[in-house]
Design a protein around this ligand. Structure first.
Ligand code: HEC
Length: 144
């Protein structure tokens, strides 16, 4: 004889009871508390945002005290194309609200449907990852 798996049923019943009491509201996917450390990982190892948005010193190393503060790009397109020669500051995300930043990081669209020029890539993070990226960028620690 196999034991009957009762745990999920029990959880559903308990959650149902708690729902009636108002303490077990179903969560919208992606509404967990943003994870700043994961945001740091996504920025530095997945999006590699600092490659363009962090200025470098004469030795080519990133300037820790200007981490993600923006500046002129140290490279240019080799063929004529739309091109932004400067990457703006993204430390603190001063130009975007949380909602605007979320839309941007999941679709590539800025307010009003604008899109940044190359070489800014179009990112399509999922909403959970985008929230982590925003939480980190609001207050990034200097350096990587
Ligand atoms: C290859 C270079 C490059 C990388 C990598 C890059 N960016 Fe950019 N980004 C740019 C440039 C250049 C612009 C300016 C585009 C323009 O002026 O049209 C820009 C623009 C932006 C803007 C628009 C600000 C505004 O309101 O106009 C935001 C926000 C931004 N980047 C965030 C990020 C984030 C977050 C990452 C990493 C997940 C990232 N960028 C990675 C080059 C880059």
């Amino acid at each position: 004889m196999h034991p009957t798996p009762r745990a999920p049923l029990l959880a559903a019943v308990l959650c149902g009871a708690a729902l009636l009491a108002g303490s077990c509201a179903p969560k919208e996917a992606g509404t967990r508390v943003p994870d700043i450390e994961r945001g740091r990982y996504l920025v530095t190892h997945v999006g590699v945002c600092h490659d363009c948005h962090s200025p470098r010193g004469a030795d080519g190393r990133f300037l820790a005290e200007q981490w993600l503060m923006g500046g002129p790009l140290p490279f240019a397109a080799t063929v004529p194309m739309p091109w932004a020669p400067v990457a703006p500051r993204i430390a603190g995300l001063p130009l975007l609200t949380d909602e605007q930043a979320l839309h941007f990081l999941t679709s590539g669209e800025l307010p009003g449907g604008r899109r940044p020029r190359p070489p800014m890539p179009t990112y399509r993070f999922n909403r959970e990852d985008a929230r982590d990226v925003i939480a980190y960028l609001r207050n990034p620690a200097p350096g990587q």
